[in-house]
Design a protein around this ligand. Structure first.
Ligand code: DGJ
Length: 550
């Protein structure tokens, strides 16, 4: 009897503890303050140092090839698909065993997960939908082209398709809630993948035609101004002129996604986002001419997605443009007070590694190179030719520096204290204005002296043959900075209230953060190490530096 009572008590305690643990892990959410954003995980800003697996690595037996690369990159988050075809191969019969294996292994690896719902649209096509969906054109209609013929892409007006996708997604979210609401291993969900249509501006099916001739919904009117003179209200053509068809298609797809996301969040309210196959960010604005994917969340229709899909937290750029001016332009276009910056995909080739500094310095929620696992598949020329450790290494060394300070960095970013630079293709110095201090970051310098001393010198530091420099700076106090980077020289001078004041380094501690985020100093730089700026080499260096004026 006594024993039983003790056991019962113990059980009660365990239940109480489990209850407390569940309560102690609030659901992830996106928060916003002063036009900046944070992804809250376990109640604090989270820095998503991610990788995305290849498209077909979403099977239990495949995961070992994924974890090995996740470890080598030192990622804290894995983005990986969950395909409609694999969870509902037969209508109404759900199988989430892959998700269970994934979550178990993610927890063992101490990695969080962003699930990518590959369903009605994956890179615009229905390939990941179950066979009972993708081959039944009667029940799940495809779009109709201008010529009246059916095309490859599912219609956003397919009522049965929406119903079925929503049902499967809701089942997934219900399952996640059941198996993960205590651990919160899954921190975010991407709804569909790179939606839109290639080769057609919109659906010309009967339902789409009818909707196209209706008045533009007031939420869209409130969010999206016409780029050309148009009516204040009326049909799509009256309001948006030559942009009408593309905008209408964006609205149709966003509305479909909204239905799916809303239903899923009603069950388990995780943050959700959509990702964008990009249009040229530097080309002059002009209506669609078969030159980009119509209907996806491209930069010029983010407003339409905001209007039609309030249950989608953000639209995110998948950046495979390796040119530094295009990379930067995409960041500018997608980072907005109403749209948090997340780079859920970028090339996994070495030149992209330097962009991590720029993106994290800009206060992004996170970043993930795409195609990070050890299957023998390379998506060159979008990414690396390598499929082994040499692909992982350039990102691994950057992530390794950020990992121990990931929570502080996310907090600093949310407070607006962080800045970032990636070496441009022009290799020219760049300046960053901070609070009362300006940083100038230059590249291809030696650690001692100045190139201008020996303009004919042909020697350059090894590893700088192509642009590879990057620096992130967090201004953690009025005169104090955490500087992390590679292949760069950093100089800081006064602006604002420090303008014109002579300054010098009080301390430049080289060191690292330990696993608890505590700063561990290795040595203090002075003399040659500071006389010519703070020179960061091929080895990712972390400095805690303080300036003084006199
Ligand atoms: C972007 C897509 O979102 C990915 O799933 C993948 O198809 C890459 N393009 C190309 O490898």
């Amino acid at each position: 009897m006594k024993k039983t009572t003790r056991r019962a008590l113990a059980a009660l305690c365990i239940a109480a503890w489990a209850g407390a643990a569940a309560a102690a892990a609030p659901i992830p959410e996106l928060v916003k303050k002063d036009g900046r954003h944070a992804l809250m995980v376990d109640g604090a800003p989270y820095l998503l140092l991610g990788v995305q697996a290849h498209n077909s690595s979403n099977y239990p037996d495949a995961l070992k090839q994924v974890w090995a690369a996740v470890r080598d990159v030192h990622a804290n988050t894995l983005e990986i698909p969950v395909a409609w075809e694999q969870v509902e191969p037969e209508e109404g019969k759900f199988d989430f065993s892959y998700v269970d294996t994934l979550l178990k292994q993610a927890r063992e690896n101490k990695v969080r997960v962003v699930l990518l719902w590959f369903a009605t649209w994956k890179n615009t096509n229905p390939n990941y939908a179950p066979e009972w969906v993708k081959f039944n054109n009667q029940r799940f209609p495809r779009m109709v082209g201008k010529d009246g013929k059916s095309i490859y892409c599912m219609s956003p007006f397919g009522e049965e398709t929406l119903k079925a996708d929503k049902k499967a997604f809701t089942a997934l979210m219900k399952h996640l809630k059941a198996v993960d609401q205590e651990q919160r291993t899954v921190i975010m969900v991407q709804v569909q993948n790179e939606v839109g249509t290639i080769g057609a501006v919109r659906d010309f099916g009967a339902k789409a035609e009818a909707a196209f001739h209706q008045a533009v919904p007031s939420a869209v009117l409130a969010h999206k101004k016409s780029p050309v003179p148009g009516a204040a209200s009326g049909t799509w053509t009256e309001v948006y002129g030559p942009y009408a068809e593309e905008y209408f298609h964006a609205w149709a797809i966003a509305s479909y996604i909204e239905e799916v996301a809303k239903a899923g969040r009603a069950v388990y309210n995780l943050p959700m986002y959509v990702n964008s196959a990009l249009r040229d960010p530097l080309a002059l604005m002009a209506p669609w001419q078969n030159n980009f994917i119509s209907g996806g969340p491209a930069f010029d229709v983010i407003d339409i997605y905001k209007a039609a899909a309030p249950h989608i937290d953000l639209a995110a750029p998948d950046i495979y443009m390796s040119e530094s001016n295009k990379f930067s332009a995409n960041l500018e276009l997608f980072q907005r007070p109403d749209n948090a910056l997340l780079v859920p995909e970028m090339g996994n080739a070495k030149p992209f590694a330097r962009y991590v500094y720029q993106v994290l310095g800009r206060g992004a929620l996170g970043i993930a190179p795409f195609g990070v696992d050890y299957f023998d598949y390379t998506n060159f020329p979008l990414g690396s030719k390598d499929t082994d450790k040499s692909m992982a290494e350039p990102f691994g060394k950057v992530y390794a520096a950020f990992r121990p300070m990931e929570r502080q960095w996310a907090k600093w970013a949310f407070e607006g204290r962080t800045y970032g630079v990636a070496e441009g293709d022009d290799r020219k110095p760049q300046t960053v204005n901070m609070k009362n201090w300006k940083a100038t970051v230059s590249f291809r310098e030696w650690q001692l002296g100045d190139r201008s001393w020996k303009p004919d010198m042909k020697d350059y530091p090894a590893g700088t043959e192509t642009p590879s420099g990057g620096v992130s700076i967090a201004q953690i106090g009025d005169d104090e900075f955490i500087i992390v980077g590679q292949h760069a020289r950093v100089k800081i001078e006064g602006i604002g209230s420090n303008e014109g004041k002579p300054s010098l380094w009080a301390r430049v501690e080289e060191g690292r953060f330990d696993a608890n985020g505590k700063w561990i100093m290795e040595r203090n730089w002075n003399g040659d190490q500071t006389d010519y700026g703070l020179n960061l080499t091929d080895r990712v260096t972390i400095l805690k530096a303080r300036l003084g004026t006199y």
